[in-house]
Design a protein around this ligand. Structure first.
Ligand code: NDP
Length: 251
């Protein structure tokens, strides 16, 4: 496929993200605190996370491994950053969760698998067929800024996820109000961090599929943050009134 044909599909993929964003403003994805057994067959929560996220690594590898020796160091580095995130998300994060015997609907797992196959394919196809980054690209401003933004986002995401997971340390499988650090300003710093991280990746790679991934992340996580925020307000009478959902002071 030439680049024009490939771009057409990536633009369609982005339009689909906008449609999903619209739907998610009315229907909250039923996993985690929003889990319900009304969505059909269920899967163990941790297993669900692994099954959902694993395909993106497999598909990306399927595209890039056959041509890996021909890829530039910079392209390999970008692939490495992506894999670094997903090794945590797939193989470490699920096993840290204190979710007991909680389940998630199989349909959520299936939709996660579908998303990750396509996302991995768009990125993998780009890195293996179209990427032309030279070694000098590391001196470009978007590489440097993107890298900084990527790691800031990752730090916020990992720290906030760790904080939330530790809220249940040896105590309960219930929920408490998170306090301190970025939780003073927003209900979901982990989701904010994830958005910043993939914004950084899009700036760093400066290419269509990384931008599409960023658009998808926003489409998924903005409505989820609003749903989490409303859930907190409904669940806890004393929930801090000045806290926003995901963007400090704004939203
Ligand atoms: P949550 O913040 O809902 O949950 C994270 C973990 O902390 C869960 O185990 C949750 O338990 C627990 N937890 C959350 N709040 C509390 C609380 N107040 N008291 C006690 N325990 C709590 O995160 P999500 O499930 O929405 O997302 C998890 C990760 O996946 C995030 O890092 C997110 O950025 C990422 N993600 C990325 C997406 C993308 O498109 N790139 C899409 C979706 C998620 P429980 O599960 O029981 O609620």
């Amino acid at each position: 496929m030439n680049y024009t044909g490939y771009s057409f599909y990536v633009y369609c993929w982005m339009v689909l993200a906008l449609a999903v964003w619209l739907v998610l403003n009315f229907v909250t994805a039923p996993y985690g605190r929003h889990a319900t057994d009304k969505w059909g067959p269920q899967v163990n929560n941790k297993l669900g996370w692994v099954l959902m996220e694993l395909p993106v690594m497999i598909v990306l590898c399927w595209f890039v491994i056959p041509v890996f020796s021909q890829l530039s160091v910079v392209t390999r580095f970008m692939i490495g950053l992506f894999m670094f995130h997903y090794i945590n998300r797939t193989l470490i994060f699920p096993f840290r969760l204190r979710t007991g015997k909680k389940t998630m609907p199989f349909i959520i797992v299936l939709s996660g698998i579908a998303f990750n196959i396509l996302n991995g394919a768009f990125l993998g196809y780009y890195f293996s067929s179209f990427a032309t980054y030279t070694d000098r690209y590391v001196f470009e401003s978007n590489f440097i800024i993107g890298l900084i933004v990527f790691f800031c986002g990752m730090y916020i995401n990992w720290r906030a996820d760790t904080y939330l997971i530790n809220l249940r340390k040896g105590v309960t499988t219930g929920y408490v109000i998170p306090e301190g650090w970025l939780f003073k300003y927003v209900s979901c710093p982990n989701l904010l961090g994830e958005i910043i991280e993939w914004a950084g990746f899009a700036i760093l790679c400066w290419c269509l599929p990384a931008t599409a991934f960023f658009v998808w992340t926003v489409a998924n996580l903005l409505p989820r943050a609003v749903a989490h925020h409303k859930w907190y307000q409904h669940r806890f009478e004393n929930y801090p009134g000045n806290r926003k959902a995901i963007i400090p002071f704004l939203y």
